[in-house]
Design a protein around this ligand. Structure first.
Ligand SMILES: NC(=O)c1ccc[n+]([C@@H]2O[C@H](COP(=O)([O-])OP(=O)(O)OC[C@H]3O[C@@H](n4cnc5c(N)ncnc54)[C@H](OP(=O)(O)O)[C@@H]3O)[C@@H](O)[C@H]2O)c1
Length: 246
């Protein structure tokens, strides 16, 4: 089955079963295409999302500060489907979608270094947290990393996604023991629909939680997650599931 056929089947299933009505409605207006996706960074999140998106039929171009190193070559090979790696600025040139799989505190400088991002969808999975004096974590920014990216690339369509779960759950949603919701916030309904399609293709649930100005609250979920994990002992894992009311 081709990736396009798979997505068509997915759409039909969602429309038939009546579940995920919001996302199904969003998907109904989006063309099914194989995109070129620039994944900036080659760490854990890049190594989870890049191969997942490639498996959905998309072509991945990693943007790395050092694309020639062995670790990056191995990631390109593992990703397959014509993946490649180059510099961050070159990776975005032919890309429809850009994934910022980079440290949250570096997003402004990295976005500024990517050149013209007009018309592209930017997926932002980043978090930026720091320790307060009392040991508890705090958000680094008064706004959000998503809004910092949007300000640096005003003609792009930023969608916050994938920042509320561990990379291992991204590649193996069943390991959480139940459905995992991926909150999406952004100001473009069409961009959110495209990202929802990627999310659903990975076996996760896309939930549209509103405009980009809500990104700070989505990023704030990490404070709960990370404190529960590291505040004492191992702590529980954190997966977000927005249950539909019966
Ligand atoms: N790890 C998770 O489970 C998880 C889950 C959800 C969200 N997040 C968020 O997603 C983002 C990426 O997380 P990650 O775990 O993939 O991080 P990571 O393993 O440290 O990878 C970050 C990548 O960013 C690139 N990079 C570009 N500029 C950089 C700089 N100035 N300093 C360091 N790296 C730079 C590096 O790739 P090159 O060396 O090839 O340039 C590096 O591999 C973070 O904002 C994190 O908070 C992480």
């Amino acid at each position: 089955m081709s990736p396009e056929d798979f997505v068509m089947l997915l759409r039909k299933w969602m429309l038939d079963c009546g579940g995920m009505a919001l996302v199904a409605g969003l998907l109904a207006s989006v063309p099914v295409t194989a995109d070129t996706i620039a994944v900036i960074g080659t760490g854990d999140v890049a190594g989870a999302l890049g191969p997942e998106f490639a498996a959905l039929g998309h072509t991945i171009v990693y943007g790395s500060r050092d694309p020639s190193r062995d670790k990056v070559r191995a990631l390109v090979e593992r990703t397959g489907n014509g993946a490649s790696a180059t510099t961050p600025a070159e990776s975005v040139v032919g890309a429809d979608i850009v994934v910022m799989a980079v440290p949250g505190t570096a997003v402004e400088a990295i976005t500024n270094g990517l050149g013209d991002l007009s018309g592209k969808i930017i997926i932002d999975p980043t978090n930026a947290i720091d320790r307060s004096d009392d040991g508890y974590f705090k958000l680094v920014y008064d706004s959000s990393t998503a809004e910092i990216i949007q300000d640096a690339a005003p003609a792009a369509y930023v969608v916050k996604a994938f920042n509320t779960l561990n990379w291992r759950t991204m590649v193996d949603p069943d390991s959480s023991g139940g459905p995992v919701s991926i909150p999406l916030v952004g100001d473009s309904a069409e961009a959110k629909a495209t990202v929802a399609e990627l999310v659903e293709g990975m076996g996760l649930e896309a939930i549209d939680l509103g405009p980009l100005r809500y990104a700070r609250h989505i990023e704030g979920m990490l404070l709960v997650w990370i404190h529960n994990r590291y505040g004492g002992g191992d702590g529980p894992a954190f997966d977000y599931h927005l249950r539909k009311e019966q």
